[in-house]
Design a protein around this ligand. Structure first.
Ligand SMILES: [Mg+2]
Length: 114
C-alpha cells in the first residue's frame, strides 16, 4: 500500500467523513489533539518498557507499540487530507528535506529550515 492509498483508506474511519474542515473547526482540532494523544500513547508504552522491562522489547511489546504507531499514522494522514495535501507529498517532502540536509552536512543542528 502506498501513502496515498493509505490516506484514502484511512478516511473511511473519520467520524467527520465527507467534511473538509478548516484549521479552527472541531473536525480539524479533533485530529490535532488525536495526534498528540496517540503520540503520547506510543511514548507511554516505550516508557513502561524502559521502566519495567529494562528496555527489552518483547514480541508482544513490539506488537502493541506498532499499533500505536499506526494510530499516529492515521492522524498524520487525516490531518494532511483535511489540509488538501496528499500523504505521498508529506513523505516525499520529508525525504527530500533530509536528503538535502545530508548532502549539505546539516543533519545535526537545529532549525526547521537548515
Ligand atoms: Mg492508540
Amino acid at each position: 500500500m502506498n501513502f496515498n492509498d493509505y490516506q484514502v483508506a484511512a478516511a473511511k474511519y473519520d467520524t467527520f467523513d465527507g467534511v473538509k474542515p478548516e484549521v479552527g473547526d472541531p473536525g480539524f482540532i479533533e485530529k490535532v489533539l488525536g495526534l498528540a494523544g496517540e503520540t503520547g500513547e506510543a511514548c507511554e508504552k516505550f516508557k513502561k518498557i524502559l521502566r519495567d522491562k529494562g528496555g527489552k522489547l518483547s514480541p508482544e511489546d513490539k506488537k502493541e507499540v506498532t499499533k500505536e504507531l499506526g494510530d499516529v499514522l492515521w492522524y498524520l494522514a487525516s490531518i494532511s487530507r483535511c489540509m488538501g495535501v496528499e500523504f505521498q507529498e508529506v513523505a516525499e517532502m520529508n525525504i527530500d528535506k533530509l536528503q538535502s540536509r545530508l548532502e549539505r552536512n546539516k543533519i545535526h543542528g537545529a532549525g526547521d529550515n537548515r
